[in-house]
Write a protein that binds this ligand. Structure first.
Ligand code: PHB
Length: 395
């Protein structure tokens, strides 16, 4: 090529590159619990986000990068979460928000999202009504109604007549209690007693003692996943409730995979309903668990919090890629509605009407296999929509 042909060609190529791939950094604010007594679930969430970004950075269009700005809400502290969201939006110019273990924190953020038009992809917080609080919220995690409403029906149909409910006294606990009780009593079951425990309690023995005295067929429990679930399980074992013939049931938060081996034998036989089990034998899950163990250690089991954060990142990558890094809030919400993904937990979808997750629920039992405790999936209930929204729609 002659020089007078070459230079215009070079300029044209340069112009084309600029037009198709302008350098774009998308700022995503992630609010998570990185410190305080309830930080263990936060670490799981952080790992899920980190793993997805490591494996999929290569999927971003040329010139597009993601900057994840992490902030610590220190636990269920709505005032802190609200302030952090405000700062992320106004000072750090975050275009998207994600994270959030705790329902009260997500609720405190909702008005800001609407006002500033900032899309928020929830990685955990599971109280059903959260998504109704702003049109800029989409949830990739779960609702407590999804697991516990189905568990209530299962319990009544599988020989449990009297169940004593114990839940943490805040929104996800109350959702768990309400969903389980409605389905269980609608199907003929009776509630032997219902007690709500302080959110941050670590001493479960007095509550379990009262439950034991009521002689129910089973105790139903929701406590936040991670260390509190382990504390609950240990107290259940120490009081000899299993030996007394009282079964333990609940959502999968109670037998969270990363803690299961630390819970020990009292956990064996616990029946839970949940959307993710590290023991699931789907190919996407096998690959996910292998990648997780390669990154964080061969003995580490990813909990549902890891899987949910990983999937939320997949949703965020989807909107970033589809818009070539030029984030428009309303376009982002349209892209999230109806988004489908072959997740480690099975097929998932964001309901276009409610912006909430639609996914399989699995009935599971804690088993000991080769000396290791695991949540064995026994039955699959496919593509469950949030029952709370379904029931309210029907009215
Ligand atoms: C919530 O606050 O919504 C929440 C917290 C911990 C869980 C589940 C839900 O394990």
């Amino acid at each position: 090529m002659r020089i007078h042909n070459f230079i215009p060609a070079l300029l044209a190529a340069f112009a084309l590159t600029c037009a198709t791939a302008p350098a774009q950094t998308v700022k995503i604010g992630m609010i998570n619990t990185y410190s305080g007594p309830l930080a263990a679930a936060g670490e799981q969430m952080d790992r899920g986000a980190k793993l997805y970004m490591k494996l999929h950075e290569k999927d971003l269009p040329p010139g597009v990068t993601i900057e994840l700005i992490k902030r610590d809400d220190t636990g269920p502290n709505p005032e802190v979460a609200k302030r952090l969201a405000q700062e992320l939006i106004t000072r750090d110019k975050a275009q998207l928000l994600t994270g959030v273990i705790w329902t009260p924190n997500a609720l405190a953020m909702a008005p800001l999202l609407t006002e500033a038009k900032v899309p928020f992809v929830i990685m955990n917080a599971g109280t059903a009504m959260i998504t109704t609080k702003s049109p800029y919220i989409a949830r990739v995690s779960f609702t407590l109604w999804q697991s516990n409403y189905l568990l209530g029906t299962w319990a009544a149909k599988n020989g449990l007549k009297n169940v004593y409910t114990l839940v943490s006294d805040f929104a996800p606990g109350i959702d768990s209690e309400t969903a389980f009780t409605k389905a269980f009593t609608d199907a003929g079951g009776a509630i032997a007693g219902a007690v709500r425990m302080p959110v941050t309690t670590v001493d479960f023995a007095p509550f379990l003692q009262r439950a034991q005295d009521a002689k129910p067929d089973a105790v139903f429990c929701f406590v936040p996943a991670a260390k509190q679930a382990t504390g609950f399980m240990k107290a259940f074992g120490e009081l000899g409730m299993k030996a007394a013939g009282i079964k333990l049931i609940g959502p999968g938060d109670l037998t969270t995979d990363e803690e299961l081996n630390g819970m020990g034998d009292p956990a064996i036989g616990t029946i839970t309903m949940h959307h993710y089990s590290a023991a699931g034998d789907r190919p996407a899950n096998k690959a996910f668990v292998a990648a997780y163990q390669a990154e964080f250690g061969a003995k580490e089991e990813p909990s549902f919090v890891v899987a949910d954060a990983y999937d939320a990142m997949a949703a965020l990558y989807h909107v970033v890629i589809a818009q070539h890094g030029n984030i428009d809030p309303d376009k982002t919400m349209e892209l999230l509605k109806g988004w489908k993904y072959d997740s480690p937990r099975g097929p998932i979808e964001i309901d276009p009407e409610t912006r909430d997750i639609v996914q399989n629920e699995y009935l599971r039992r804690v088993d000991k296999v080769d000396g290791q405790l695991r949540n064995t999936e026994l039955e699959t209930i496919p593509m469950v929509k949030d029952p709370w929204k379904e029931l309210n729609k029907a009215k």
